[in-house]
Write a protein that binds this ligand. Structure first.
Ligand code: KG4
Ligand code: ZN
Length: 334
């Protein structure tokens, strides 16, 4: 064994640990926090406390599943940001403590870069340069990926992230957090053209989702005035129509980026890339326009430590280590 990394992810509400040996993922264990469901969003203080409870058993399970002992580790990679500062602090402090006790180096990882590099966990892998639409709870980006660690954001949201648009829609419909997967589920069989929501006209490759959120709010308010049962009776059609609009906004910008950069290697990443409608749209558009499309397996779409390990691996090869004075950062651009 040439190298063996432990990776830790704790940027939001999932505590995750992974083991990678010689570039291959051996284990990827995630503990979810259900405590936020009833609040309609993540409560930062509760998230940090849950990370503290989860981190030791999650790391132990990752080591155990990989058949690796602590003494075998060559380095520890951790998410430095972006994310909730209290949540990040738990992972960063744990990584530092363990690295100090084992006398091994630390590798800091940008969470958004890691979402992109999730594509290198398995095959087929995109070829450089490729475009990655990274869609998560906090970010919406079109990234020009020139190499493993050389990326440029060429388009991004100017207000809400797309995951937020899904989660806020779900909240307005009375669905628990995180609402994205539930909107997806209720959208499955119903009519995506039942209701029309406007597409914002934002120049270039940037996105905006706050107008859509407001138009959904007003739409529901007006319909509920006439009919108390409107949401209950039309849940599937509302979810399908909102999802359809979100997907067309994303796809139109992605097509524009592909044209502008003359790139046909197209990937999606981040929690919202688990959305069944988006996955289908990317595949279908890819067929129409002759793109090679790359869609991660579900477990590598939402937050996971395997993607942190993969990024850590490329940094390890460059001996890109950090000192113990490193601190987490809530905002972190690559
Ligand atoms: O990447 P991620 O796990 O965490 C962040 O880095 O934010 O993304 C979480 C987001 C949440 O907003 C969640 O509702 C959304 O991804 N999401 C989905 C689906 N699965 C997760 N949104 C739409 N459809 C899904 N199937
Ligand atoms: Zn994420």
């Amino acid at each position: 064994m040439k190298n063996c990394l432990l990776a830790i992810e704790s940027s939001c509400d999932d505590t995750s640990a992974a083991i990678l040996t010689d570039g291959k993922i051996q284990s990827n264990i995630t503990a979810n926090q259900r405590i936020h469901e009833k609040y309609g969003g993540v409560i930062p203080e509760m998230a940090s406390r849950k990370h503290q409870q989860h981190i030791i058993p999650v790391v132990a399970a990752a080591l155990d599943e990989a058949g690796v002992e602590k003494k075998d580790l060559s380095a520890i990679a951790f998410t430095r940001g972006p994310g909730l500062i209290g949540s990040l602090l738990v992972g960063v402090s744990f990584a530092k403590g363990l690295a100090l006790s084992l006398d091994i180096p630390l590798i800091e990882v940008n969470h958004m870069q890691a979402h992109v590099l999730a594509h290198f966990i398995e095959r087929p892998q995109p070829r450089f340069p490729f475009l990655c639409l990274t869609v998560s709870g906090g970010h919406t980006q079109i990234v020009l990926v020139k190499d493993y660690l050389s990326m440029e954001i060429v388009g991004e949201t100017i207000d809400d992230a797309v995951g937020e648009a899904f989660d806020k829609t779900a909240k307005m419909l009375g669905l628990p957090y995180p609402g994205g997967p539930l909107v997806d589920k209720h959208a499955q069989k119903d009519n995506p053209h039942a209701f029309q929501f406007t597409e914002p006209s934002i120049p270039g490759l940037n996105f905006s989702f706050s107008g859509l959120k407001t138009s959904i709010l007003y739409f529901l308010r007006d319909r509920l005035k006439e009919d108390d049962w409107f949401i209950k009776d039309n849940l599937g059609d509302i979810c399908a129509s909102v999802q359809e609009r979100i997907i067309t906004i994303l796809m139109n910008k992605l097509k524009k980026a592909a044209l502008e950069y003359e790139i046909g290697e197209i990937a999606i990443a981040g929690g919202v890339s688990a959305n069944s409608g988006l996955r289908k749209a990317v595949e279908q558009t890819g067929k129409e326009l002759g793109w090679n499309t790359y869609i991660p397996r579900f477990e590598y779409c939402t937050d996971n430590a395997a993607m942190i390990a993969m990024t850590g691996y490329y940094k390890f090869l460059n001996k890109d280590f950090v000192g113990h004075d490193i601190a987490p950062v809530a905002r972190y651009r690559f």
